[in-house]
Write a protein that binds this ligand. Structure first.
Ligand code: NAP
Length: 233
């Protein structure tokens, strides 16, 4: 754990944010919630200032929010759906990072983590999720290039591939109509669930948190590397 960190949570759903605040407070942590739609790039651009005004400087930025939509044959995807995905999965993380960098540079320390996906290592593994796949590939490319730009500043930028995690994203994919989005994709995700291949969000998060104090930069951190070192629940 990054001891003493105050956590700013950003999402659209105030109910889920409230539940997460309760969980953090139950473990004697401090947190505040900010209801924002990060697919709105202007909201992404301003939320960092809102957080800093309320809580103080942002030293660690974890860009986690993303959508796997749209799913289905690539020729059936509307340009507006691609645009929405790219705003949330790519542009907002870039904007949040660039908003945080000046303060981090000034303080000589900062951590930017962009949450990606193992699909970047095997892009044919999620047929019917073309937009998601290239949005994460672009995010990884951005992160490695940014890390090189920030070399020596005390500010690092890394990628985190969280593994197959038992979240609402997985549940949403399992619930899709196979004939509309591609049977192979839905069956594959149902089999992850049925075979017990999914890990808990807590196990994945722990694998990320232990790396936050390292000075590594420009790396792809994969949950599997840490889980094989110290298996956790
Ligand atoms: N689960 C997996 O197996 C898996 C595998 C590889 C990579 N990942 C990556 O891990 C990250 C987290 O995924 P997850 O499985 O936890 O997804 P999830 O269950 O869909 O949760 C996504 C989170 O992002 C927030 N979010 C979604 N759209 C948002 C928006 N427009 N504005 C603000 N917040 C928004 C959601 O809250 P609201 O809905 O309330 O906004 C929620 O807190 C993503 O980057 C995903 O690509 C997940």
């Amino acid at each position: 754990m990054v001891a003493g960190a105050v956590v700013a949570l950003v999402a659209r759903s105030s109910r889920q944010l409230a539940e997460t605040l309760v969980e953090i407070e139950a473990e004697k942590g401090a947190a505040a919630a900010f209801v924002r739609d990060l697919a709105d790039v202007k909201a992404a651009a301003s939320v960092l200032q809102n957080v800093e005004r309320e809580l103080g400087p942002v030293d660690i930025l974890i860009n986690n929010a993303a959508t796997v939509a749209p799913l289905g044959p690539t020729q059936s995807v509307e340009p507006a759906e691609i645009e929405h995905s790219l705003r949330l999965n790519l542009i907002s993380p870039v904007v949040l990072g660039t908003s945080a960098i000046p303060g981090m540079r000034q303080r000589g320390w900062g951590r930017i983590v962009n949450v990606s996906s193992g699909v970047v290592a095997s892009p044919s593994g999620m047929i019917g999720a073309n937009t998601y796949t290239f949005s994460k590939a672009a995010l990884e490319s951005h992160t490695v290039n940014l890390a090189a730009e920030l070399e020596g500043s005390g500010v690092t930028a890394n990628i985190y591939r969280p593994g197959r995690v038992d979240t609402s994203m997985q549940e949403w994919i399992r619930g899709q109509v196979p004939r509309l989005v591609g049977g192979g994709l839905v069956e594959r995700f149902r089999s992850f669930h049925e075979s017990g291949a999914l890990i808990t969000p807590r196990a994945s998060a722990r694998s990320l948190v232990v790396r936050l104090t390292s000075n590594e930069t420009g790396r792809v951190w994969d949950v599997a590397d840490e889980l094989t070192k110290s298996p956790s629940s």
